[in-house]
Design a protein around this ligand. Structure first.
Ligand SMILES: N=C(N)NCCCC[C@H](N)C(=O)O
Ligand SMILES: O=C(O)CCC(=O)C(=O)O
Ligand SMILES: [Fe+2]
Length: 339
């Protein structure tokens, strides 16, 4: 089977099986090389792709995740407010409709954010500091928390597989891959459940404003609502990234853009959900370690030169956690939380 084929809306479909520990035995080195090459081309040319996860995440699991997340959003407002992000560290927890802000504008969605365990020492002061607290999981529906816990384990495995495929695709040797993995092996992952009511009639609003994701890789699973998720192509046109059965939508975050000096762009995307259904999405963000330094990769320099492209030297020094904190502290409107 060819590892990459055209999807109706032009994002490639790539199978990750050759890089997954439980499925790799059925695949040859040629399959692995083909996946690595397809990842390289997709990351370079659009920064978005469909990842086929057949045999790793079952269709039932995928449907169940959306159904349980939807049940949570349909619980009474007071119950959701019990886990507002202001009740923890201002970052972990539930956000009301329009509490998220992108480019100065309220987003027409509600959400629940979770992160890897606190990167700071466990003191009472740190528990109130952004990202220093503990996750707040919904009590209802009871099956949601265990499902999310399983999901996190699986997405971390998927993250390692795609990172390895990308590093091969970039032409890293084994030592370079080991060094790269050493700054990603304790991923400061995050996960959101997002609920999108339809945009109010006639409103020229936006469900989630255009943005780049922050870290390495996003694994997005969502209800199939044609036209809702849109991706900015290099030609300047917004492409629809509609869901494909058995696949995650995967995109590159800002850290990959910096690691590769722009060879792998973190592509702008947005959500405009106009149809009357309530749309649910579950992005999982596979990120570098909290204190990972993000510097230009020699492999990216070689590859960029080999392909006759121009490199953008990243400015200054950057650690992933500092970048994330700068985003988290400006993402929410807190003033009406306790109204
Ligand atoms: N971790 C990620 N990517 N979350 C996406 C948040 C949507 C954009 C955000 N309000 C912003 O302005 O960045
Ligand atoms: O809901 C979606 O389809 C995308 C959400 C998104 O881009 C994000 O949370 O970063
Ligand atoms: Fe995003």
């Amino acid at each position: 089977m060819s590892p990459s084929s055209a999807a109706p809306d032009t994002l490639p479909i790539i199978t990750i099986a050759p890089y997954l520990p439980t499925l790799a035995a059925n695949h040859s080195d040629t399959d692995r090389a083909a996946t690595a090459k397809a990842l390289h081309e997709a990351c370079r040319d659009i920064g978005f792709l469909y990842l086929n996860v057949d045999g790793f995440v079952s269709p039932d699991e995928m449907q169940n995740a959306l159904d349980l997340a939807r049940e949570f959003f349909h619980r009474p407002q007071e119950e959701k407010d019990d886990i507002l992000l202001t009740k923890a560290d201002g970052a972990r927890g539930y956000q009301r409709l329009r509490q998220n802000v992108t480019m100065g504008k309220a987003d027409h969605h509600e959400g629940l954010d979770m992160y890897a365990p606190s990167p700071f020492p466990d003191t009472p002061e740190n528990a109130k500091r952004h990202l220093g607290g503990a996750n707040q999981y919904p009590v209802n529906p009871p099956a949601l928390k265990p499902l999310l816990e399983d999901w996190i384990v699986k997405m971390k495995t998927l993250g390692k597989a795609v990172m390895h495929g990308m590093c091969d695709g970039l032409g890293m040797d084994e030592k370079e891959w080991q060094d790269m993995w050493a700054i990603n092996n304790d991923s400061f992952w995050s996960m959101r459940l997002i609920g999108y009511p339809a945009l109010p009639d006639g409103q020229d609003g936006i469900s989630c404003g255009e943005h780049k994701d922050y870290g390495c890789l996003t694994f997005l699973h969502a209800d199939d609502c044609p036209g809702a998720l849109q991706v900015l192509s290099k030609s300047g046109a917004w492409l629809n990234a509609d869901m494909v059965r058995g696949c995650f939508v995967v995109n590159i975050g800002a850290m990959w853009e910096r690691w590769t000096g722009g060879l792998y762009p973190a592509t702008l995307h947005r959500v405009v959900h106009r149809s009357p259904t309530y749309r649910v999405s579950i992005p999982f963000f596979f990120e570098p370690n909290f204190d990972a330094p993000i510097d230009l990769l020699p492999a990216a320099k070689r590859k960029t030169a080999a392909e006759g492209r121009k490199i953008e030297e990243p400015e200054g020094k950057l650690k992933y956690g500092d970048y994330l904190l700068s985003k988290v502290t400006s993402n929410f409107k807190y003033d009406d939380d306790e109204a």
